[in-house]
Design a protein around this ligand. Structure first.
Ligand code: ADE
Length: 378
């Protein structure tokens, strides 16, 4: 198939079933994924949760989280009725926690506005928090077999290579062109099979670096392959240096070994999660100790900083440890606080959301180890 002429495919191309889809569906019968938990018992709710989890998480990582999530929250009604703390707890370690907050809020909207049934209209789905154009399409295609076009990160890479789209990733013109290509490939029948197949091809074969072109079912149609450009396409966007944010993390340890945690506000990358109190500098942290703690004994020097990369900034967190006998009783903290027993491991610990690097930090102070840091986005 020729790449669609800009700005979109011809009418003839969109009405016929694409040969690309046919080749993909055939390939997926033998090489695609068939027994993932959201495929085996395919309900709109289960597909929705899986699609949100898989937005920034690989299938292999998502599996255990998904099973635990479904065990505890098997329906929209259960999710809507759960405490946000519990939803964040089930998400702890997956990163990108806005996904969990959005799932929870969307479930409540589905209960109040749609009688507990996920809408099957992509436009309505897109009105719910956390559901964009591609996710809405994936939900209706996989759960209902409705014709809808997906374009997630993996599919963008497949399209960019297949049709040699060489505009810079992320620009409006390139995005529009990729959507046209994806639209052109979407068949009118077997949409669910096609949708799963193109996602599988993107993650298993047409990988970012060193794509496995030899077994690729689209090799003979792939313009990047034919012109030796699979390594240079898709053309990555120029990466700006991320701004650096610094903070001091105060590890307040009570004599019984419990560590003070505060629930973060509803803003920021760790919104609603629990972390040790955070300050802009050491002076502020020491002031807090003097004001709020009983008999604080602050370490003379902070520990080596941790670095955490987020999408829009890099976070440098300097841990400062202090021991104390407790919080002063007259202190009336606006934030929720709790004493967390670092020896308690899930599921016996309190069901709260803990960012993965913070959970690691708490475990390492219990073992009194040098701190090690974490993958991006945790
Ligand atoms: N990525 C996004 N959705 C997916 C799915 N259903 N299967 C595999 N990878 C995916």
């Amino acid at each position: 198939m020729q790449p669609p002429a800009e700005p979109g495919p011809s009418a003839a191309e969109t009405v016929t079933t694409s040969p690309i889809a046919a080749a993909l569906i055939e390939w997926a019968k033998r090489h695609g994924r068939h027994d993932l938990p959201w495929q085996l018992e395919r309900t709109p709710y289960r597909v929705w949760v899986s699609e949100i989890m898989l937005q920034q998480t690989q299938v292999s990582t998502a599996l255990s989280y998904y099973r635990r999530f479904m065990q505890r929250l098997p329906s929209v009604a259960d999710l809507a009725a759960a405490a946000l703390d519990e939803v964040l707890h089930l998400w702890s370690g997956l990163g990108y926690y806005a996904r969990a907050r959005h799932l929870h809020e969307a479930a409540q909207r589905i209960m109040s506005d749609y009688d507990g049934e996920l809408p099957s209209d992509p436009e309505q789905l897109m009105q719910l928090p956390g559901i964009g154009r591609s996710t809405a399409a994936a939900i209706v295609a996989l759960a209902h077999g409705q014709r809808a076009t997906i374009l997630d990160g993996n599919v963008k890479r497949v399209m960019a290579r297949l049709f040699a789209v060489d505009g810079t990733a992320g620009t409006a013109a390139t995005e529009q062109r990729l959507w046209s290509c994806a639209e052109c490939c979407t068949p009118h029948a077997e949409v669910a099979a096609y949708t799963q197949a193109i996602m599988d091809l993107g993650s298993l074969v047409c990988t970012r670096s060193r794509p496995a072109c030899a077994p690729c079912p689209l090799r003979t149609r792939c313009l990047a392959y034919q012109t030796g450009r699979t390594q240079e396409l898709p053309r990555p966007r120029a990466r700006a240096r991320l701004p650096l944010r610094r903070a001091v993390l105060l590890l307040v340890m009570r004599d019984d070994g419990a560590v003070l945690l505060q629930r973060r506000s509803n803003r920021g990358v760790w919104a609603g999660l629990w972390t040790p109190p955070e300050f802009t500098d050491l002076a502020q942290a020491r002031e807090f100790c003097a004001r709020e703690l009983i008999s604080p004994e602050i370490d003379a020097a902070p520990r080596p900083p941790l670095h955490q990369r987020f999408t829009h900034f890099e976070f440098e967190l300097t841990p400062l440890r202090t021991r104390c006998a407790g919080l002063r009783p007259q202190v009336c903290e606006a934030r929720a606080t709790l004493w967390y027993d670092v020896r308690a491991t899930a599921p016996s610990g309190p069901p709260i959301g803990l960012p993965a690097p913070i959970a690691r930090l708490l475990r390492s102070i219990e073992r009194d180890e040098v701190l090690v840091l974490a993958a991006a986005g945790s």
